[in-house]
Design a protein around this ligand. Structure first.
Ligand code: SF4
Length: 448
């Protein structure tokens, strides 16, 4: 069959659709870039905001208009509104059944895909990403009052380390230069199997296993630190990045791992609000003080680390004074960049039932004010790196002109860089001297 795949929303959705692609290929089917040539389409939907839900419906309708015979709808929007999804598709697969979507669809035993996974091939079309998103965890046991994801994806679940390593190896076999670990509550990943050790002996190899005779620390569940150590030790991953990391329950010495040059110096830590009273109404497991300490701990190890974040503008009950606190706090922290969301009431969340909903116009005003502050901070962060030479992974060959090929790519600390080259450099890593900032892109020259 010719199969068209699409996903809306987070990197976890992207990681899942990539795994679905690999399974269909392993079963001998072809992944195509356009719906109008497909026999089957699978759409992984999102509902984190009302806009994301609308985008999900749009993609399903587009597949229908393109004439695809069989449309399979899955993901968070589908899980929250299965009846509506059934109207826009031939088959509805809720999140709980997504893990076995392909074997169920093809009437194969899930074990069929336990064999050595095929090497990763970037999805055709617009999404020929160089970076591979690897799902390590799903669901969440927190209950932030605005969050629909925890409702749509259910309780927390950590994937076994052998499956994670297999997915990473498949990506590396496919030529991937950068692995991005992703999950709903990534930092909560844990495994019962590996004994946990704080950090390696002086000059020793990082290893999840203590050397013979060493005083064995209490058997503790292996956590994110042990997972990262295992990936750095047991794979040849050139660049390892973490996607969004909730700013709590992180091991105290986790950031020591970023002394390894293969660790990308970028931490996305969702703050959501800079006001303690709002954070309490959001039921966020953090505070201004705790978040400040966490950022300080990261900067102790990596002074120039890119700290990016998510902030919600206009959460129910947010007063002018609370919003002013948020504006001050984000500037105190000095973020490199951020996603600003206008609060969007999601049916099924406690916040959507809160009385003091903020007027839409005020929510939008506050969103604009936050974006202005983040634009300034982003500019200030980029300016710090002018004149520096940094490794850049090229993600796209844009066009051929007299000057040569124009490339775009990312540094380890998530600076977007543009440069020209005499030949296409897609999926290559080059040392680049950063010459100037043009808007939110750095212009550089490749150092031979
Ligand atoms: S930590 Fe909060 S915001 Fe994040 S997925 Fe869990 S409930 Fe949602």
């Amino acid at each position: 069959m010719k199969i068209y795949l699409d996903s809306i929303g987070c990197r976890l959705n992207q990681a899942e659709i990539e795994r679905i692609a690999r399974q269909f290929r392993a079963a001998g089917h072809e992944i195509v870039g356009e719906a109008n040539v497909a026999d089957l389409a699978v759409v992984n939907t999102c509902t984190v905001t009302s806009q994301a839900a609308a985008d999900s419906r749009k993609v399903l309708r587009r597949a229908k208009r393109a004439g695809v015979d069989e449309i399979v709808a899955t993901g968070c929007w589908v899980t929250m509104e299965p009846e509506k999804a059934a109207e826009l598709s031939n088959k509805v697969v809720l999140n709980a059944a997504k893990e076995t979507l392909v074997p169920d669809l093809l009437n194969l035993s899930p074990a069929t895909f336990d064999l050595e996974p095929l090497e990763r091939v970037p999805l055709p079309g617009l999404r020929s990403r160089t970076r591979a998103f690897i799902k390590v965890q799903d669901g969440c046991d927190n209950a932030c009052t605005f969050c629909i994801t925890t409702v749509a994806r259910g309780s927390g679940y950590s994937r076994p380390i052998k499956d994670i390593l297999a997915d990473i190896q498949s990506a590396l076999d496919g030529g991937t230069q950068e692995i991005v670990l992703t999950g709903v509550h990534l930092g909560s990943w844990e495994s019962p199997h590996l004994p946990y050790r704080a950090s390696p002996p002086e000059g020793g190899r990082t290893s999840p296993f203590p050397p013979r005779g060493a005083k064995r620390f209490l058997f503790q569940k292996a956590r994110m630190g042990a997972l990262i150590r295992t990936i750095l030790n047991e794979t040849s991953t050139p660049r390892l990045r973490l996607s969004s990391l909730e700013p709590w329950e992180l091991e105290p010495d986790l950031f020591e791992l970023w002394r390894d040059p293969r660790m990308m110096r970028h931490l996305h830590l969702p703050l959501q609000s800079g006001s303690d009273t709002v954070l309490r109404r959001m039921r966020r497991n953090t505070s201004r003080a705790a978040f400040r300490d966490l950022v300080a701990a990261a900067r102790d190890v990596m002074p120039d680390v890119a700290i990016t974040t998510d902030v919600i503008a206009g959460f129910p009950g947010e007063t002018e004074a609370e919003f002013a606190e948020t504006l001050d706090y984000v500037q105190e922290i000095g973020f490199a960049d951020g996603h600003i969301f206008t609060y969007s009431p999601r049916p099924g969340t406690p916040a959507s039932r809160m009385k003091e909903q903020v007027e839409k116009a005020i929510r939008k005003e506050r969103n604009a004010a936050l974006r202005a502050v983040f634009a300034e901070m982003g500019e200030a962060y980029r300016q710090k790196f002018i004149g520096e030479t940094m490794p850049v992974l090229w993600e796209s060959n844009q066009s051929m002109s007299d000057a040569g090929w124009t490339m775009q790519g990312l540094t380890g600390n998530y600076l977007r860089v543009r440069a020209t080259a005499s030949e296409p450099r897609w999926n290559q890593v080059d040392q680049v001297k950063l010459l100037k900032a043009e808007g939110d892109v750095m212009v550089g020259e490749i150092i031979k």
